[in-house]
Design a protein. Structure first.
Length: 109
């Protein structure tokens, strides 16, 4: 198992084993990151990783996980944007004890 040196934002350089890190690749953008939990302060660190860093870490035995952006990121919103008046109207609606019933009636089709 490889010994890898990484930098914690609080503790500075720390030594980790390959099983202590994880590489994540976004299949939609191709962007890579790696993460680890600092063995000293126990905080999780997430760092960006270019292709070369990803290749080195994977070659050292670090587990690689692929993920996708949520599908909602590609959706286009429909309707008018929410205005300040809409927020105030919603706030007024929340003051009524039957707010949920009123709100449900507004969206029923």
């Amino acid at each position: 198992m490889a010994l890898i040196r990484a930098t914690c934002s609080e503790c500075g350089d720390v030594e980790l084993r390959s099983r202590d890190l994880q590489v994540r690749i976004c299949t939609d953008t191709g962007g890579g990151t790696y993460l680890f939990r600092c063995p000293i302060c126990r905080m999780t660190e997430v760092k960006t990783a270019d292709d070369q860093v990803v290749d080195i870490l994977v070659a050292a035995g670090v587990r690689c996980v692929e993920w996708r952006l949520p599908s909602e990121m590609g959706e286009r919103p429909i309707g008018e944007p929410i205005s300040h008046d809409d927020v105030l109207d919603f706030h007024e609606l929340m003051n009524d004890a039957a707010w949920f019933t009123t709100l449900a009636a507004m969206v029923e089709m």
